[in-house]
Design a protein around this ligand. Sequence first.
Ligand SMILES: *Cc1c(COP(=O)(O)O)cnc(C)c1O
Length: 445
Amino acid sequence: MTKIPQVRNLVTAIPGPKSQAILTRRAEAVSSALGMAMPVIVDRAGGGIIIDVDGNSIIDMGAGIAVVNVGNSADRVVANVQAQVEAFTHTCFMVVPYLGYIEVCEALNRLTPGKHKKKSILLNSGAEALENAVKIARSYTKRQAVVVFEHGYHGRTNLTMSMTAKNMPYKEGFGPFAPEVYRMPMAYPLRWPGGAHACAEQALELVIHKMEKEIGGKNIAAIVIEPIQGEGGFIVPPKGFLPGLSKYATENGIVFIADEVQTGFARTGQMFASEDEGVTPDLIATAKGIAGGLPLAGVTGRAEIMDSVHGGGLGGTYGGSPIACAAALGAIATIEEENLCARAAEIGAIMSSALHAMAKKYSIIGEVRGRGAMQAIELVMPGTLEPNPQALAAIIKFCQGKGVLILSAGTYGNVIRLLPPLVIPENLLHEALDILDQAIGSISS
Ligand SMILES: *Cc1c(COP(=O)(O)O)cnc(C)c1O
């Protein structure tokens, strides 16, 4: 267990003087293009707590954007990384292979949905995993078109930026974008013109119609979708939408790619969110939660697809670094041995009931949604669907002032997303939710 005391405790204002001094250096040394969710400098972190350089203990409701699902510096991750660093730090898997890489691939092949024969490759980031998944799908199908969705987020490289929906801040001024990327309407129940009840059926029909008429099914290499959209605001497609897309893909020789970078590794109460409706992706892209905070990503899928690329066609200097692989084996063991899938479901039930209680009290909450330890509220102008980003900013600021780190999301900048580490003590979770309740109360009159 973490040595970090699991209590919220503020000893200075946020940010304190030591954080402020370092943030001044940050402003001098680091490009101003990088965002910052909370203006403090971290010193140590573990469990559900981040301690800053002034000694403030902050409740972590973001897990580094769903990365430290097993907690910061989790015991098995630390032990494995320490042993690996002493043994060797790098050979390049394509120069001299090592067991850790192979074991992570075996774990991915075992844990991802479907009992068919699977193979994997490892990479450094979520974006790189998506890039490679598309390369593999194009090579396998000998087709070019890639279908993505409104509100989708897939990364910041040229191809994945092109696949990402939102212009500001991800795309503004960064064109030209990659060709042959086609964006389809997303089944977003809250905002579906025909109403939430009709969303699954109408969205599926519309998307299939557009794919047929605007691209042609036989020209589509891949359909790429997040089973629950992350940056887009935790948009949960209604039941039937994902299975319908997957079925269309199969019938038309299209590779169905699940981007489980944010939803993977126990976050939603199952190892992967695709499992919820029994969807078996042809390829699945993973990253964030895979390695307890070390940079690692994977593409896993049907062996015949993964093996269809010519020898030497995939790879990279650092992809599947031995240290990141050691960390991943520690993180995966932690998830399995500590039953973190079940724990994510319990955390989700606590968050969901607290958020629904808030929604009854506060008319700026337009919707509570999510699955497992991935829950969000969408903020609106009372009585309408008009997005309320001003409320979001005020709520986050209030929470930060009380020592609770909460992340935002959403195309309209009006979604509060909760992604606590799955090892957060329950009292801290309740405390953070109470403070969120006070924050929303403070701006609702
Ligand atoms: C974060 C994220 C990515 C990109 O991952 P990076 O490691 O930041 O490149 C891709 N897809 C989804 C769904 C993500 O949440």
